[in-house]
Design a protein around this ligand. Structure first.
Ligand code: ATP
Length: 225
């Protein structure tokens, strides 16, 4: 008798500096729209693509922990934060493959802005050997094939698939899916806090409480003093 395919597992990496409702809706809507069994949240330790975050990796991890508490389908993966070396998505996926085996469908989740920059990621073409990629719409970032660098546009054309493809093979397809448009970014939240304004209702209250308790981001120098 055939064993049933394991349900696809979503992977959401990010700096989460701080985590906000844009991230939470992306993960929640991916669960439903793509039929995922779970979403694994992986805060980056030392993200290679950008300057150092304003708060420590442990603080970003703790904010994600508070944001996803109570959702049984959300799991927190601390490995990148605990690692000594900078985090690369390809090495994280290699680790997950060792952990979960070759058959488990994995779906790397990202917003359109992240996907448009994918061709700058380390060993980016190998990502498709390790996982599917599902790209969520994001306000201000059109997933326009004409705006993609040619190697990425080629992968997007050749690997284009639907939700059903994601569950029926372990890796290799790309699909896009529409989510509730929320024009929220961590950058705006950091600026708001840095200017002494309130970001309430852009992120969960327990995350804001943690930020206030620890005086995070108000020590930001984004706008000088
Ligand atoms: P920053 O403003 O600091 O660059 P960010 O808000 O984009 O941060 P990240 O931690 O860099 O947050 O994002 C992690 C992932 O979540 C990325 O794939 C990004 O595209 C996606 N994402 C973040 N915010 C949204 C949003 N509002 N809608 C859809 N996707 C989002």
């Amino acid at each position: 008798m055939d064993r049933p395919e394991p349900s696809a597992q979503g992977i959401l990496g990010g700096t989460f500096d701080p985590v906000h409702y844009g991230h939470l809706r992306l993960a929640e809507e991916a669960l439903q729209a793509l039929g995922l069994g779970a979403v694994r949240w992986i805060p980056a330790g030392r993200p290679p693509h950008r300057g150092d975050p304003l708060v420590t990796a442990d603080e970003r991890l703790e904010m994600v922990r508070r944001a996803i508490a109570g959702n049984a389908a959300f799991q927190l993966d601390e490995a990148e934060v605990r690692a000594e070396a900078p985090s690369y998505t390809v090495t994280t996926l290699e680790r997950l493959r060792r952990e979960l085996g070759a058959v488990q469908p994995l779906v790397l989740l990202m917003g359109a802005d992240a996907f448009l920059g994918l061709a700058t990621w380390r060993r980016w073409q190998e990502l498709f050997d390790l996982a599917h990629i599902a790209v969520a719409t994001r306000p201000g970032h059109e997933l326009d094939i004409a705006a993609m660098p040619e190697p990425l546009a080629r992968e997007f054309r050749v690997r284009g698939g639907t939700r059903d493809d994601l569950g029926s093979s372990p890796a290799g397809r790309v699909c896009s899916f529409a989510i509730t448009p929320l024009d929220i970014s961590a950058t705006d939240i950091r600026e708001t806090l840095g200017e002494g304004r309130s970001p309430r209702y852009l992120l969960p209250d327990p995350v804001l409480a943690y930020i206030q308790q620890h005086g995070l981001y108000c020590r930001s120098a984004t706008h000088g003093s």
